[in-house]
Ligand binder design. Structure first.
Ligand SMILES: Cc1cc2nc3c(=O)[nH]c(=O)nc-3n(C[C@H](O)[C@H](O)[C@H](O)COP(=O)(O)OP(=O)(O)OC[C@H]3O[C@@H](n4cnc5c(N)ncnc54)[C@H](O)[C@@H]3O)c2cc1C
Length: 404
C-alpha cells in the first residue's frame, strides 16, 4: 500500500544546504518568506571539505570551511529558515505551484531555488575517501598557498589540470602531473600545453593512473600504475590535486530545467532558469568560477529574485488580471515614456470601470514578461481578467480607448 505523502506549503523551497542554499535562505528568511532548505547529507555542503578557506572576505586569518558554514547556518536559522535533512527525489515545476517531493513529504512552493552544487569527479582508488580534505584536494586557487615549497601531484591533463598545475608552480617546488596518454599527449589546449612543457617545475609521468593512496593522518604518497606495463611508481606528495572534472547534482531536473550537455543549469544573470519562478545558484549552474564568494553572490541574487517573483505574482494575479483594466508598461527613466502617465489619469477618470496599472520595467521586467510584452512602452488592455490587446506602437489615448 502506498503511503500518502504529507503536504506542506512554503513560499520558497531551497534544494541544497551548502554555501549557496544557506545564503539564499538568509535572504529569503530575512524577507519574511516562509522558507525551507532541504539538504540530503550535511548542512554546509562542499565547503566543509576544506580545512582552511583563506580567500573568503572578512576573515583575514582564514577560516575553516566547517566553521564558515556553521556561521552561515546559524544566520539562516536566525531568520527563521526551516531545515529538512533528506534528499529531493522528484520535482514538478509545470504549474504556478512548484512541487518538490522527498520520500515522505510533498512540498508546495511559490518559488524554488536550486542549489544542489556539484561533486568533484573522483578516481575511486583505495584510500581516496579517507584522504579527501587531508591531502587530496580539488581546488588550486584555494589550496595553493598551503603548498608553498612542497611537492604536489596533479591527476589529469585537461585545461583545468594543466592550467591549475601551472598556477601551483608559483607556490610548489615541484608539480608532477599524472597523464593517461603517451608521452607528449595532453588533453588541454595547445597554448597551455606549450607553456607547461616550457616550465621547469612541471614534470610528467606518462601512461599512468592512480592505483592507490597511502598515508597516516594525512596523505603521504600516491601509487601510480603504468597502464602499459602495470609497473607501480610511488610518488610522495604533500597534496594530490584531482582535476578530472565535476559532476553537477542535476539528475532530478533532467528534461525539466535547461542545462549544458555536461548537466550544469543554465540561468540568466538574475539566476532565472527557463522555468518562471525557479532559480539556480552556486556550483550547480554554468559559470566560470566556483568559489564560496561567487556562490554567495549568486544566491543573494536568487533570493532577492525569488522574493520579487512572489511579490509580482501577487500583483499580477490579484490586481492586474482581475476584471477590466489597462497596464502601461514603461521605463521610468525614459522621459518620453513618462510623458504618457498623465493620460492614464485621464483614462481612469473617464472610464471608471477600468483600472490603470503602471508597470515600471526599470528594475524588473517580470510583470511585463507575464503580460507577454517584450519591449516598452506598451499598453495591455485587460478584459474580464484576460489580455485583450497589446498596443506596442502608436500609443495614444484614442488607440487605447478604441479597445476598451
Ligand atoms: C576541497 C575543496 C576546497 C575548497 N576550497 C575553497 C576555498 O578555499 N575557497 C573558496 O571560495 N571555495 C573553495 N572551494 C569551493 C567551494 O567549496 C564551493 O564553490 C562551494 O562550497 C559550493 O557551494 P554550493 O552551495 O553551490 O554547493 P555545495 O556546497 O556542493 O552544496 C550543495 C548541497 O546540495 C545538496 N544536494 C544535492 N542534491 C540534493 C538533493 N537532490 N536533495 C537535497 N540536497 C541535495 C548536497 O548534499 C550539498 O550539500 C573548495 C572546494 C573543495 C571541494
Amino acid at each position: 500500500m502506498t503511503r500518502e505523502k504529507k503536504v506542506e506549503q512554503y513560499d520558497v523551497v531551497i534544494i541544497g544546504g551548502g554555501a549557496s542554499g544557506l545564503t539564499a535562505g538568509i535572504y529569503c528568511g530575512r524577507a519574511r518568506l516562509k522558507t525551507l532548505i532541504i539538504e540530503q547529507s550535511y548542512v554546509g555542503g562542499l565547503a566543509t571539505n576544506t580545512n582552511e578557506i583563506e580567500n573568503y572576505p572578512g576573515f583575514p586569518e582564514g577560516v575553516s570551511g566547517k566553521g564558515l558554514m556553521e556561521l552561515f547556518h546559524k544566520q539562516a536559522k536566525r531568520f527563521g529558515v526551516d531545515f529538512k535533512l533528506t534528499d529531493v527525489k522528484k520535482v514538478d515545476f509545470s504549474g504556478d505551484v512548484k512541487v518538490v517531493e522527498t520520500f515522505r513529504n510533498r512540498y508546495e512552493a511559490k518559488s524554488v531555488i536550486l542549489c544542489n552544487g556539484s561533486k568533484p569527479r573522483v578516481v575511486g582508488a583505495p584510500g581516496e575517501e579517507q584522504f579527501i580534505g587531508r591531502g587530496i584536494a580539488f581546488c588550486a586557487t584555494c589550496d595553493a598557498a598551503a603548498n608553498t615549497d612542497k611537492e604536489v601531484l596533479v591527476i589529469g591533463s585537461g585545461d583545468a589540470a594543466i592550467e591549475e598545475g601551472m598556477f601551483l608552480t608559483r607556490f610548489a617546488s615541484k608539480v608532477t602531473v599524472s597523464v593517461l596518454h603517451d608521452e607528449g599527449t595532453l588533453d588541454c589546449n595547445e597554448i597551455a600545453k606549450a607553456a607547461a612543457f616550457a616550465n621547469p617545475k612541471m614534470h610528467f609521468i606518462w601512461n599512468t593512473a592512480v592505483d592507490s593512496y597511502e598515508g597516516g593522518e594525512k596523505l603521504e604518497r600516491v601509487n601510480l600504475k603504468n597502464l602499459k606495463t602495470g609497473e607501480i611508481t610511488p610518488v610522495d606528495c604533500f597534496t594530490c590535486f584531482l582535476f578530472i572534472g565535476y559532476i553537477p547534482n542535476t539528475n532530478v531536473y533532467k528534461g525539466i530545467i535547461d542545462m549544458t550537455p555536461r548537466g550544469y543549469i543554465l540561468t540568466d544573470e538574475n539566476m532565472r532558469t527557463n522555468v518562471p519562478g525557479v532559480f539556480a545558484a552556486g556550483d550547480v549552474r554554468e559559470r566560470f568560477l566556483r568559489q564560496v564568494a561567487t556562490c554567495v553572490g549568486d544566491a543573494a541574487t536568487a533570493g532577492v529574485m525569488a522574493e520579487k517573483y512572489i511579490a509580482e505574482s501577487e500583483i499580477f494575479e490579484h490586481q492586474i488580471m482581475t476584471g477590466n483594466g489597462v497596464a502601461y508598461v514603461f521605463s521610468a527613466i525614459e522621459k518620453e515614456q513618462r510623458d504618457f502617465l498623465p493620460t492614464l489619469e485621464e483614462l481612469e477618470a473617464e472610464h471608471p470601470g477600468y483600472r490603470c496599472h503602471r508597470i515600471d520595467t526599470y528594475k524588473s521586467d517580470g510583470i511585463a514578461k507575464r503580460l507577454g510584452v517584450s519591449c516598452c512602452p506598451a499598453v495591455v488592455v485587460i478584459s474580464n481578467g484576460k489580455v485583450k490587446k497589446i498596443i506596442e506602437s502608436n500609443i495614444c489615448k484614442c488607440e487605447v480607448e478604441a479597445q476598451l
